[in-house]
Design a protein around this ligand. Structure first.
Ligand code: HAM
Length: 422
């Protein structure tokens, strides 16, 4: 019989042998966020489409082409979240969280959905970790955000990382730069790809992000944003760079870096990995001082980033970073015969208070059970047969050395604590 159902294109299963790596990375993210004073927020997977139109930006590719949008049974226009930032801002406003803390610091982990062409490191359901700092315009917050992303990726063992940063200036600077760019591109339109013609009309900054070779040649000549920045934006960016230097973060300024989302003002950043197969950034973010107001809140400055877990894991594999997540079990409990099943069940329940235990469910020969124990990476196999039951002992086989120890049934937990921790 052929397999009828398959995971939908652009989605993937995280199987039990991969899940420990995912969990380990997520735990490390939680750990670093907690050390920096961030609190977790969990937001819904779908929202009103209008939130993303106004938040992510109506003119972005994400909103124009990539959202999973559908009417619900009452005809409401909903979308699966393509990113979390507008939802976090919505929750922040809805629950008046800005009143509780002058500056709110959130982190999140979860799936996002974009109807993009699937490829290496590009999925339709992918997973992000991210942070959002809402309520401060200080450049120290920009630097802290970049530092968390950097330390997180370094901390999980990645080496070949590049942090690119840039500034897009405040809203008036951005408007001015868009005009300058439009003026520059106007007489070069025939050299640009079809998508860039569109971008030229909607948001000329996005042309700078085009991967098309012919467009890149044109972009190389384009004026840099630095030429038109106001004094405040220059000072803000200088201070961000200064703090990053104090934190000893390696970064370089790429005056052509723009981001795929329209809400950014001032600082933007992206971190790249050199690995083959990862065609773009592992993570990125920036300041978004206009977004809170854009979705109906008071004027509130904010900054944040998100990083893609699939791409991070691809990069880890490309570097062959050691997988130190452990896994396996401490004890494999191997009953032999019907009578032993109850004793084994009771022993496994007892040992699980302190150890990871695999209990054999079925009646199987001992050599088969020992093979299963090895496959599972068990440190000990607890063997219980009629002889052991009669003498009220358990035979503990060390799966590395092959040595066997007879231990009183009531002493097994203490013995294991002494010999393999827990
Ligand atoms: P973004 O650059 O659109 O930013 O996405 C951040 C990261 O999500 C990317 O660097 C990438 O690792 C991952 N990612 C994006 N699309 C895909 C995909 N189709 N497949 C796999 N991974 C993907 C944001 O989402 C903003 N919310 C970041 C932010 C937070 N800005 C301010 N605060």
């Amino acid at each position: 019989m052929s397999q009828k159902f398959k995971a939908m294109r652009g989605t993937h299963d995280i199987l039990p042998d991969e899940a420990p790596v995912w969990r380990d990375i997520e735990n490390r993210f939680v750990d670093i966020c907690s050390r920096y004073g961030y609190s977790e927020i969990r937001i819904p997977i779908f929202e009103a489409t209008e939130l993303f139109e106004r938040g992510t930006g109506f003119a972005t590719d994400v909103v124009q082409k990539e959202m999973y949008t559908f009417p619900d049974k009452k005809g409401r226009n909903l979308s699966l979240r393509p990113e979390a930032t507008p939802s976090v801002v919505r929750a922040h406003l809805e629950h008046s969280l800005g009143r509780k803390a002058r500056v709110a610091k959130y982190f999140y982990i979860g799936p996002m959905f974009r109807y993009d062409r699937p490829g290496a490191g590009r999925y339709r359901q992918f997973h992000q970790v991210g942070i959002e700092v809402i309520g401060t315009s200080s450049p120290t917050a920009d630097a802290e955000t970049i530092q968390i992303l950097w330390e997180f990726l370094k901390g999980i063992g990645l080496k070949d990382l590049k942090m690119r940063i840039n500034t897009l200036g405040c809203k008036p600077c951005r408007v001015k730069y868009s005009e300058v760019l439009r003026g520059f591109l106007e007489d070069k339109l025939e050299r640009l790809c079809g998508d860039c013609h569109d971008r030229f009309e909607r948001n000329p900054l996005r042309v700078l992000d085009c991967k098309n070779r012919a467009c890149k040649v044109v972009i190389a000549e384009a004026p840099d944003v630095t030429a038109i920045l106001c004094d405040e934006c220059v000072e803000h960016f200088d201070r961000v760079k200064g703090y990053l230097e104090l934190a000893k973060i390696e970064f370089y300024v790429d005056p052509k870096l723009v981001r795929g989302l329209d809400y950014y003002t001032r600082t933007v950043f992206e971190v790249f990995h050199e690995s083959a197969g990862v065609d773009s950034s592992l993570g990125g973010g920036g300041r978004y001082d206009e977004l809170v107001e854009g979705v109906g809140g008071p004027s509130t400055p904010a900054v944040g980033f998100s990083a893609g877990l699939e791409r991070i894991i691809l990069a880890l594999r490309a570097e062959k970073a050691p997988d130190d997540t452990g896994g396996g079990v401490d004890v494999y409990v191997a009953p032999m015969g019907d009578e032993a099943t109850g004793v084994a069940y009771e022993l496994a329940s007892e040992l699980r208070k302190t150890h990871a235990v695999w209990l054999e469910f079925d009646q199987r020969k001992l050599d088969r059970q020992l093979r299963s124990a090895s496959k599972l990476g068990a440190r000990y196999t607890a063997i219980i047969g009629s002889d052991e039951i009669a003498r009220n002992v358990v035979r503990l086989k060390d799966m590395n050395s092959g040595e066997q120890h007879e231990v009183d049934r009531g002493e097994v937990a203490a013995w294991l604590r002494k010999h393999c921790g827990g």
